[in-house]
Write a protein that binds this ligand. Structure first.
Ligand SMILES: [Zn+2]
Ligand SMILES: [Zn+2]
Ligand SMILES: [Zn+2]
Ligand SMILES: [Zn+2]
Length: 303
């Protein structure tokens, strides 16, 4: 395997949404929970014990994301014990985290190899070892290609598509279809918000970090460089070029009422205002009143 190929795969893992399937190292069972999504992907379901307080935790399966949801509060800096939801074995190991001294928690990867995370809340140390690097890379490549997660297959029938097309012609309006790549710009400085094929936003939520979103309409996978609790609005969303806030206090989300963030998206002939809900996990997005006459967003419950 040549160096270019390895570098491409490395950047894929760094910048795209690679969802890792983890297995319990004691019983070998898959720990993924398809019902409970974190970052819009199946999560890793574990029992957690924080000084005697017991609960469930769902970790993001997206490589490089530190998001999770849990029924107990886990303050930053606290150490927790993790155990398998199949065999109940405690998974914390004797090996120490090189950055904070906490216990590391190892898991097996379904593609062969091991990933370990630190048991201290807020510690971002983790490492991945592949049993057979070339085999793992080949598998990642087969699954993701060089462009990250494939956009879900268009499963609409020919008739459904024709109906959408008729609607388009009837109303003399443009339809932005699911899967359309949204060329996104800051409404203040007009610079592109797309970096490495992802929609990048600066995010403030106690600390400062970045939120990376899929730029395809109705694809909701995301990851962030700081912890963002599911189902809570973030404090502020800013342009990473000019630092202007994108939050529109007056335009609430149609679904949950949280404030929205406004970006510009290019449609066939003009830039339109495009709103995204600031609440993590809320899938609402919409257009401004004026644009609603000329542009329609294809609705999707599934994507
Ligand atoms: Zn187990
Ligand atoms: Zn640590
Ligand atoms: Zn800007
Ligand atoms: Zn919302």
């Amino acid at each position: 395997m040549n160096i270019t190929f390895i570098n491409k795969i490395k950047s894929l893992v760094m910048y795209e949404f690679v969802s890792l399937n983890l297995k319990c190292p004691k019983c070998g069972e898959l720990l993924m929970d398809k019902e409970h999504l974190v970052d819009n992907e199946p999560s890793i379901k574990l029992f957690i014990d924080k000084g005697g307080e017991k609960g469930l935790i769902f970790l993001s399966s997206i490589y490089g994301s530190y998001n999770y949801s849990s029924d107990i509060k886990i303050p930053v800096g606290d150490i927790a014990k993790f155990s398998c939801t199949h065999c109940n074995a405690v998974l914390n190991s004797k090996s120490e985290c090189l950055s904070c001294g906490g216990e590391m928690v190892p898991f097996y990867l379904d593609m062969g190899g091991k990933v370990s995370i630190c048991s201290r809340s807020g510690c971002k140390n983790h490492h991945v070892e592949f049993e057979d690097l070339s085999q793992a890379l080949r598998k990642l490549y087969q699954e993701y290609g060089f462009r990250g997660r494939k956009y879900p297959q268009d499963e609409r029938t020919k008739e459904q598509k024709e109906k959408i097309y008729e609607k388009k012609v009837d109303e003399h309006s443009e339809m932005l279809e699911s899967g359309t790549f949204l060329q996104s710009y800051c409404p203040h400085c007009r610079k592109s918000l797309i970096e490495n094929d992802l929609l990048k936003l600066k995010i403030i939520n106690g600390e400062e970090g970045y939120l990376l979103l899929s730029p395809y309409l109705n694809s909701f996978t995301s990851k962030s460089t700081i912890y963002l609790p599911e189902d809570k609005p973030v404090t502020d969303i800013k342009c990473f070029h000019c630092d202007a806030s994108l939050v529109e206090k007056d335009k609430g989300c149609d679904k949950c009422g949280s404030p929205t963030a406004k970006i510009n998206v290019s449609a066939s002939s003009k830039l339109i205002d495009f709103y995204i809900c600031t609440k993590k996990g809320c899938r609402w997005h919409g257009l401004s009143e004026e644009d609603l006459y000329s542009i329609k967003l294809e609705e999707s419950d599934e994507w």
